[in-house]
Design a protein around this ligand. Sequence first.
Ligand SMILES: [Zn+2]
Length: 366
Amino acid sequence: MQRILFVALSFFCIAQGRAQTNLQRPKLVVGLMVDQMRWDYLYRYFDRFAPNGGFKRMLNNGFSCENAMIPYTPTYTGCGHSSVYTGSVPAINGIAGNYWWDKEKMRSVYCAEDNTVNTVGSKSSQGKMSPRNMLSTTIGDELKIATNFQSKVVGIAIKDRGGILPAGHSADAAYWYDNSVGDWITSDYYMKALPAWVNEFNNRKMVNKYYQDGWKLLYPATTYLQSTADEKDYEAKALNGNKFPYDLSAYAGKDFGKISTTPMGNSLTAEFAKAAILGEQLGADKITDLLAISFSSPDYLGHSYGPNSIEAEDGMLRLDQELGALFDFLDKKVGVGQYTVFLTADHGVANIPEFMTEHKIPGEEL
Ligand SMILES: [Zn+2]
């Protein structure tokens, strides 16, 4: 059973007893899913989060729903995203894993696969995806029905399943990252061609810029007291070198997938989300829109370096700043008090077995 953290932050309030016709609704609901973010990170790194960052703003001004829980299993990304956004469990919503055995097809199927659709935005097959394997409605679907489909609903994530499943069946769009070309793509389930704002964003080739800048620690290495030493034998060799600073310049122009295993994968996602808010005019009128954003990079970082690594800590501190900047952007573009944000995670993570045994705590790989 996986506990799901919900931190809900409501920037608007509904006065009790107010006539129903005057009900204030948020112009935009922003759902934030942080892939592999454990609940305890909020408090483990609390003193390290920036005063104007996202996590402190949510914890200090919002509501933390400590006991919100959907008892789903298995705790994979596809299941987490679909369980949170359908309010349901895999036995009902049909997303029983990232992959599962389909006894009618007699093969393993991928949760977001759809061979009846094609990629829009690149020539690769990474766009042959849709939410068709999901059997329940999502928050976005119900919002669409409630407003007779006047609401706009958009999903965004580096991982296709992280963008597609939360956005739901009737979404205007879901966008995900094609790591073979370094661009944001979609499928013809949603549209025939990318909107101009997506093409403009892709043309900026921001990934190369992030690679040129590399990944340096945000603060002096000696201040990362919640993490193990920088270099450990059990860490994956996911990037050039195995310690800070990471020189990523060799990846520019070719290894577009490497961005996922850096905090700049979150930056790329946040920048694309801001472009979507402007490009799709999300939150621009009185009819509530939904933007579902999933930050995939913490999961890649956790898998490569473990939850007790400096890489994981620095990733979370940078995400905190990214979220702070996103909220500032929303204040400006949608308006203070005009939008609602919630934040949760699709699943947590266990410590690396070698880390456990190093400290005489039982642990082994099965
Ligand atoms: Zn995940």
